[in-house]
Design a protein around this ligand. Sequence first.
Ligand code: UD1
Ligand code: CA
Length: 449
Amino acid sequence: MVAVAILAAGRGTRMKSEYPKVLHELGGKSLVERALLSCASVNPSKQLAIVGYQSERVKASLTNYENLEFVEQKEQLGTGHAIQQLLPHLQDFQGDLLVLNGDVPLLRSQTIAKLWETHKKHQNAATLLTAQLPNPRGYGRVFCDNNSYVQQIVEDRDCTTAQKQNCRINGGIYCFNWQQLAKILPDLKADNDQKEYYITDVFAMMQPVMAVDVEDYQEITGINDRRQLASAYQILQQRVKDAWMAAGVTLIDPDSITIDDTVTLHPDTIIEPQTHLRGETEIGSGCRIGPGSLIENSTIAENVTVLYSVVSESEIEAGTRVGPYAHLRGQVKVGKSCRVGNFVELKKTSLGEKTNVAHLSYLGDTTVGDRVNIGAGTITANYDGVNKHPTAIDDGTKIGANSVLVAPVTLGKEVTIAAGSTITEDVEDDSLAIARCRQTVKKGWRLQS
Ligand code: UD1
Ligand code: CA
């Protein structure tokens, strides 16, 4: 049995932020959320987050995690003090305690599973994740014997010049035999340069304590400032992109593309430069997305092209072409083999199959059928200043260029609207509607000067 505790009470002074450090975002999720998700693989029987600095904000951000218990650390007197706060919450707990730092967001869940496995296999009192870092500055240094049993951990600021040469660092990820830890927690002393209670001091009081090196040291990168936040993003992006390329997706100029780890792609799709895929997005096979597109929380079927466009909260079916410079936002559904062209904005609108909105249009709150042609510059006037109203356009209808459809209005099947019309009344099937002034021509007329 294992319980998980996430240290998330610190302020994170070096972020120079109004927000607590653990709420900073990395690829669409907060740092603390990433830490939480990384331990899902061990199926914890209890999950606790130690909160303190702006605890209300931190708690509010984690309301989706129903089984998460919050533990208040009113004053932040160090990582050891934070763990001491668990004592009343885990009084009868018999099992292991996994401790994660809320500011270490790149851990793979296999790594946590391996840490716990090693801990159990060797019946350790405590086991910690370590790494050999090319530049260990800022981290606690771990001193071990030849069998990886830990002898001492010294914080960077407490290290002598000789100790600083040791590149094996403490990742801040621990597995403890809880019963043993609980006994010695009250004995921690704030006997160091920062006058803080260090969790790392318990290792000298426990036996045996083992260090496990992570294979990929980038996993235990801690975030203390904005530069580290940016490099963690690079690492995350590299992982995501490598995985999609291995799965058969072409990324042209990967460095200029960003892909959230919540996105799903299918083989033989090509992602062009300067394209950003975010949130719960899925893109089918054979698509060409970009250059210069942003797709957010959207589902795109096979063989779709999206060129220099923004698509959010929308669904696009197979064979449709979008862009350049289209904007699909919020509950848009585009059917098969449609064309949504230059400078077209769609909001809460659905298009059937083989329908074209090719140039300079705005359709809002509109339901459009199959084989409809929306002429250049057609606008739905869906808002009367107070309420939004719907427009319906049935199959086979053709709207002439520069028409205004004043909602609520319904156009039937095979209707033709003359160019430049302002339509305020419903039009029935198989009709032509013309709603504009007749042209007057005065023959032989010239301006008199
Ligand atoms: C800690 C370790 C260090 C390790 C490093 C790895 C200690 C003493 N040192 O140092 O050996 O190399 O992590 O990243 O543990 N926090 C609280 N309450 C507090 C203080 C901190 O919840 O009173 C939380 C912070 O929000 C943060 C985590 O604990 O999520 C780590 O705190 P931080 O101050 O960043 O520790 P480091 O100096 O990085
Ligand atoms: Ca840290």
